[in-house]
Design a protein around this ligand. Structure first.
Ligand code: ADP
Ligand code: MG
Ligand code: MG
Length: 241
């Protein structure tokens, strides 16, 4: 079944048409890659979905789990289980891993902060992403690969159904990238659908079930990744025109 359908999405900023009649169909349980050159509109498309200001006003329709939806802020999309991890990570450097996990959503018991509950939940969430660091470590003291994992653990704290990663491996080394791609595969076995924005063809081929190519704010095509991989020339031609 189809989890998400974005239909004929158009988004303009003063003097820029960022998206023009873009279509995207994501099946339940798949890993869907969005690729395209810098400025193609990939991040804008996902921000439109999340409803984050000023992306929540657009033309077109979005269907999610069979109903038309239109979010005017990220609280709405997160409540629906749609969580986006942006290129610019939203972590507080001088706070601990645990504090970041629950920022704005702190576990409480009888009106006060529930330390025991928070530590137990933090442990569970960090285990899910394979992060074994002490949860009291400050974010500024861990590398970008681990910071990315904290962001994913935060998504799990919000009961994610559709996990969207915007160029998640752009700043990661090979090992951290591989760990992240393995995680996406594992989440898939647990019924979580992912959208990964990337222009690294090797990792797309490695992990994606299908690929939507954007160019100059328009959908070029959606390709299925078969057992024999993808036609890389076709993707490159789609991206650069
Ligand atoms: P990509 O993620 O594919 O690199 P973006 O979605 O970031 O591309 O950008 C697509 C186009 O929309 C670019 O021309 C960009 O400058 C423009 N754009 C994106 N966000 C804004 C904004 N908030 N205000 C003005 N222009 C924007
Ligand atoms: Mg970009
Ligand atoms: Mg982008």
């Amino acid at each position: 079944p189809i989890l998400l359908e974005m239909r004929s999405i158009t988004k303009e900023f003063p003097g820029v048409k960022a998206l023009a009649d873009v279509n995207l169909v994501v099946r339940e349980g798949e890993i869907h890659a969005i690729c395209g050159e810098n400025g193609a509109g990939k991040s804008t498309l996902m921000k439109v979905l999340s409803g984050v200001y000023p992306y929540g006003s657009y033309n077109g329709q979005i269907f999610y789990q069979g109903s038309e939806i239109r979010f005017s802020d990220i609280r709405g999309s997160e409540k629906a289980g749609i969580v986006i991890i942006h290129q610019e990570l939203a972590l507080v450097p001088h706070m601990s891993i645990t504090e970041n996990l629950f920022l704005g959503n702190e576990p409480r018991k009888n009106g006060s902060y529930d330390w025991t509950g928070a530590n137990r939940r933090a442990h569970e969430l960090l285990t899910q992403v394979g992060l074994r660091d002490d949860p009291d470590t400050l974010i500024k003291d861990i590398g970008v690969g681990k910071q990315q994992l904290v962001e994913i653990a935060k998504a799990f704290a919000k009961d994610v159904k559709l996990l969207i990663l915007d160029e998640p491996t752009a700043a990661l080394n090979e090992n951290d990238s591989k760990h992240l791609l393995d995680l996406l595969r594992e989440f898939k076995t647990r019924g979580i659908t992912s959208i990964m924005i990337s222009h690294k063809l090797n990792e797309i081929e490695d992990v994606a079930d299908s690929i939507t190519i954007l160019r100059d704010g328009k959908t070029v095509e959606t390709l299925e990744v078969g057992a024999e991989g993808v036609n890389e020339d076709r993707i490159v031609r789609g991206m650069v025109g």
